[in-house]
Design a protein around this ligand. Structure first.
Ligand code: R5P
Length: 344
């Protein structure tokens, strides 16, 4: 590994503004060719990735002009460096998206050698098709914007659909939180297990979990009434007297998992666990999760939990930082990323 000794830099958040400052004098081994920057959506995750890699977070100031426009200034020299910007396009979605675009433009104009947009949660992913007249395909628009702004590659986790990779004409490394979620549930050693897909779209994921964890498989047929209302109508498979694990990629309004949980409970399920990569947890989700017959909801830190969500005791958060850090290291060294998932 190339590298040299540099003064250790840690970074502190100054008040309400996202501004980062160096402190500390100890030494650490740093590969100065690799730079990781954090957008304001998920600074904790970016920091944890840097910790995994043993490098400091890149210095940048994110501020606003009095008229509300955002301005970013990268404080480290990035000329010829391999740069990664970690930004989930979670709520406030448009603000985080624009911030990512500005970051990419900033690094491109500062002559970074290669820029990877690390998007742990990719907002707008579900708007990926024109299924009625006069609607946009916003996922494609966002992919175009990210590429135009300057990204050479994308590193994402559990895109809502695999084919979203094709919306980009640059390489996309697509990771899955199944790596951390299935380890967690395997370690729990849940006996008498049925893995339930809460809708037809998640069938493949559920069947992978069932084979890793050694459980039966069941599927719920759901009807979407509106953007926030769903109705679990029927279930194929045996849940009576069994512990249930429900897997989804996103919990947004929690309508999908909560209505499926009600149905499997009615059909005699014992404990009900839910595992999902992205805890979007829109406002009504918290009320629903509080009232649903769910024993534990496990999400990852692709999106930071709100203070209200933290108060719900049944929500547990696992970190994807080691997986992301390992993928970044491998991309940086031109090593295989897919082999990370060989055992899945
Ligand atoms: C659907 O296709 C997805 O996999 C999720 O099941 C869905 O987006 C979750 O949304 P909500 O929590 O609002 O039901």
């Amino acid at each position: 590994m190339q590298g040299q000794w540099f003064p250790k830099k840690t970074w502190i958040n100054l008040g309400g503004k996202t501004e980062w400052k160096r402190k500390g004098k100890s030494k650490m081994f740093l590969n100065d060719n690799l730079k990781i920057f954090a957008g304001s959506s998920n600074v904790a995750l970016a920091g944890a990735v840097c910790k995994y890699l043993g490098i400091p977070l890149g210095g940048a100031k994110i501020d606003r002009f009095p008229d509300g426009e955002k301005v970013i200034r990268v404080e480290d020299d990035v000329r010829g460096r391999d740069c990664f910007v970690v930004q989930s396009t979670c709520r406030p979605v448009d603000e985080h998206l624009v911030e990512l675009l500005i970051y990419l433009d900033c690094l491109r104009r500062a002559s970074a050698r290669r820029i990877t947009a690390v998007i742990p949660y990719f907002g707008y992913a579900r708007q990926d098709r024109k299924d009625e007249g006069r609607v946009p395909i916003t996922a494609k628009l966002v992919a175009n914007l990210i590429t135009t702004a300057g990204a050479d590659r994308v590193l994402a986790i559990d895109l809502h659909a695999h084919q979203l990779q094709g919306f980009f004409d640059i390489p996309v490394d697509h990771l899955t939180a199944e790596l951390v979620l299935s380890k967690y549930f395997r370690d729990k050693k849940i006996g008498n297990l049925t893995v339930v897909s809460p809708d037809v779209g998640n069938m493949k994921i559920a069947s992978r979990y069932a084979s890793h964890l050694g459980g039966e498989l069941a599927i719920v047929h759901k009807r979407r009434v509106s953007g926030s209302e769903v109705e679990a109508q029927e279930i194929i498979g045996e849940v009576e007297g069994r512990n249930v694990l429900m897997c989804d990629d996103i919990i947004a309004t929690a309508g999908t998992v909560c209505s499926a949980a009600e149905l499997v409970k009615k059909r005699g399920a014992e404990k009900i666990y839910v595992g999902a990569a992205h805890g979007v947890l829109a406002s009504q989700a918290l009320e629903r999760l509080r009232n649903a017959p769910i024993d534990e909801v496990v999400v990852t830190d692709t999106i930071p939990l709100t203070e209200q969500a933290k108060k719900i005791g049944s929500i547990k958060v696992l970190s994807v930082s080691a997986m992301l850090g390992e993928a970044i290291k491998r991309i940086h060294r031109n090593e295989s990323v897919s082999s990370l998932f060989n055992n899945l």
